[in-house]
Design a protein around this ligand. Structure first.
Ligand SMILES: *Cc1c(COP(=O)(O)O)cnc(C)c1O
Length: 213
């Protein structure tokens, strides 16, 4: 079922949209099954779980850190992480840069924007992100490649669409000058809306792997 779910979703989205299969809480077997279909992008939201899975699972997997990341845990994922989606402070950026340098790497990151109504979701405001991007990036071991956002968890499609449209506008503004490639928005319940608003990367868990406990 996992392969079928994944292939159906991939077939239904435009080719330029990357699907990150969100495997948090799911066992290694489930990830392997998805991987056997040729899928390589997987997302986790906890550092410890991410590291344990990365250690045992195939080395060609591109691991996406999609959850809130604490500065003191960056060092554990810095050697191998493919993309960090949830950068929500300048101090975190500085720490990622430091750990990337230690590993002789350049780590790709996305700035997380707070676009939802809920105050529990992390991220910069548009004003904060503007301020950060306005001064030249002197952090040589990170590359900000775009932005990520989570819409309000709501049935109100108009509201969700407005939030995604806002993030798209912000992405478009900076895309050319900063050579951005990635607009990460959309999950199981709202990815079609996100894609209609210009998403280039969706993070889908339960529709692929089934409901989480
Ligand atoms: C869990 C999670 C997802 C996937 O959620 P589903 O509703 O299962 O698709 C996407 N993005 C983030 C940041 C998550 O934490």
């Amino acid at each position: 079922m996992i392969q079928e779910n994944l292939l159906n979703i991939k077939a239904s989205v435009p080719e330029h949209v990357t699907v990150v299969a969100v495997s948090k809480t799911k066992p290694a077997d489930a990830i392997l099954e998805a991987h056997q279909s040729g899928h390589l992008d997987f997302g986790e939201n906890k550092v410890q779980e991410l590291c344990q899975k990365a250690e045992t699972l195939p080395k060609d997997i591109r691991w996406h850190m999609i959850g809130h990341l604490q500065r003191n845990k960056v060092k554990y994922i810095a050697p191998f992480v493919h993309l960090i989606h949830g950068v929500d402070s300048e101090r975190l950026l500085v720490e990622i840069n430091k750990q990337a340098a230690k590993n002789n790497r350049i780590i790709d990151v996305l700035l997380q924007l707070h676009i939802a109504e809920e105050t529990t979701k992390f991220g910069f405001s548009y004003e904060e992100a503007e301020a950060l991007l306005a001064h030249k990036n002197t952090l040589e071991n990170i590359r900000i490649v775009g932005v990520m956002g989570m819409a309000t968890f709501s049935e109100n499609t108009a509201q969700v669409k407005a939030e995604f449209d806002g993030l798209y506008t912000f992405f478009e503004k900076w895309k050319k000058p900063l050579q951005w490639t990635t607009l990460s928005m959309g999950m199981s319940n709202d990815y079609p809306v996100a894609i209609a608003s210009g998403s280039t990367m969706i993070r889908v868990g339960s529709l692929i792997f089934g409901k989480r406990n």
